[in-house]
Design a protein around this ligand. Structure first.
Ligand SMILES: [Zn+2]
Length: 148
């Protein structure tokens, strides 16, 4: 937690914050399992380019971020906002969103293709739809055939 963080944060917030800095979160693992099943292997984790994409194929300059909805402020599922310290959180969230945007812009300027998949798009009910859209695009960019 950064300087000046309020002491009283509820469990949900604390959990999300811990999840933020950690690699190998559940959505990341689910994503990687799907990539392997589709034959899109050879990726590197947390590659050292702006934003440290969760999954990257550096040789092909293809990057994939798996974003937690709360922390990165998902545009799809309207994540909750903590009820107290509203000002603190809104500043923090704005910074996160801005940082994400800047990282993606830097990567794209450097010739990367960037994909962002949100945690809520990897839930059981919707993951098949999400991957049905994502995998063919990735396969094309990577020059790999998709496994069945
Ligand atoms: Zn979401």
């Amino acid at each position: 937690m950064g300087e000046g963080a309020p002491k009283a944060v509820n469990d949900h917030v604390r959990k999300s914050m811990q999840g933020n800095k950690r690699a190998n979160t559940k959505p990341e693992l689910v994503m990687r399992e799907r990539l392997r099943a589709a034959g899109l292997t050879g990726y590197r984790l947390q590659w050292k380019v702006p934003g440290r994409p969760d999954v990257a194929w550096p040789g092909k300059k293809v990057a994939l971020f798996v974003n937690g909805c709360f922390w990165h402020r998902c545009p799809h599922c309207n994540p909750s906002v903590p009820k107290s310290h509203v000002e603190y959180w809104s500043v923090k969230f704005e910074r996160n969103v801005e940082r994400d945007r800047a990282n993606i812009a830097k990567l794209e300027e450097d010739g990367w293709s960037v994909h962002v998949v949100w945690e809520c798009q990897l839930k059981k009910k919707v993951i098949d739809d999400t991957m049905a859209e994502l995998l063919p695009v990735l396969a094309r960019q990577l020059g790999k055939p998709l496994a069945d």
